[in-house]
Design a protein. Sequence first.
Length: 399
Amino acid sequence: MFADRVLSGMRPTGRLHLGHYHGVIKNWVQLQSEHECLFMVADWHALTTNYDDVGVIESSLWDMVIDWLAAGVDPAQATIFIQSKVPEHAELHLALSMICPLGWLERVPTYKDQIEKLSHKDLATYGFLGYPLLQAADILVYKANRVPVGEDQVPHVELTREMARRFNHLYGREPGFEDKAIASIKKLGSKKSKLYQQMRTRYQQEGDDEALDAARALLADTQNLSIGDRERLFAFLENKGRVILPEPDALLTAASRMPGLDGNKMSKSYGNTIALREAPESVSKKVRAMPTDPARVRRTDPGDPAKCPVWQLHQVYSDEATREWVVKGCTSAGIGCLDCKQPVIEGVLKEQQPMFERAQKYLDDPTLVKAIVADGCERARKIANDTMKDVREAMGLGY
Ligand code: SF4
């Protein structure tokens, strides 16, 4: 059993491209072997901005899951599920909306940014204002304690932490807390239970901070303990109310600026993408048509790689020796631009080849993908339902 649980998701709003691969999915593939991971198709989130164009959601959804699998997300290691098939997300979102001050949502920086960026859409909706709260519910319903995000998403994790704190403050005194804590202590095993009890007594009777730290370390190191039991025992140590919804930490991912075909960041809105499973002829055609340093009008004109979008792709796909060859050949007009683009084409195709191979079995038999997702939804629902039992009980709805 992993000590950490990771939750991440993606909106199904179109085909995935290599920017998604380098920016998000590669990281997921790494995380799935290190932590318990839940990867969510965020279809309700897609509705917050695409409520007037719902066709794109269903048409993108299954292809997106195949792209994840093709890119190396392994259903034997990670849980892949669809948000709307786990209604507990909506239930927790509603519950949290009862206690979320409006100002907390209005001050989320991405709210105003997105309204400006998507000015062609009417986003003066409750759903759009509330989407960071839905994200908080997504995370908290699994008691996920690690959330991989880029710098711009950190305020969303911060809101989630504030919501968890507010919830625990209001409802953390669960009935029968003491009895439940004693039951959780037993799950530590006899030796660790004894140690935990001794350190708790030392801390509570003598104010021994070292004993508190040691008890916390003992809990953190105990693998076979559920997140609920662990949080209860952390709270019991200090005689606090129980932490029903643990606060997650942002797992800051390095900003990936995967360059697109025009040198801007690869993005659907710039029309500069290479799809994750783009046909090899199309990859070749797109890269060959890429703009280069405008100074290279003729083959005999020297150029400057720093002024060329192709060079940025060499940074991603070429080794040191190839990059030296580019710099030398470009600045001396020793190579032509089509020669220079060839290693990039080969690099992209090499990266994509295993993706095509992995995708084929799912394309041949789409029921496999549906089965993976159905299985994932069931697993996700089980965890979410356990959390909601605690939440309902804490909010006086446990009847
Ligand atoms: S040789 Fe390569 S780096 Fe130089 S301008 Fe042409 S494509 Fe760009």
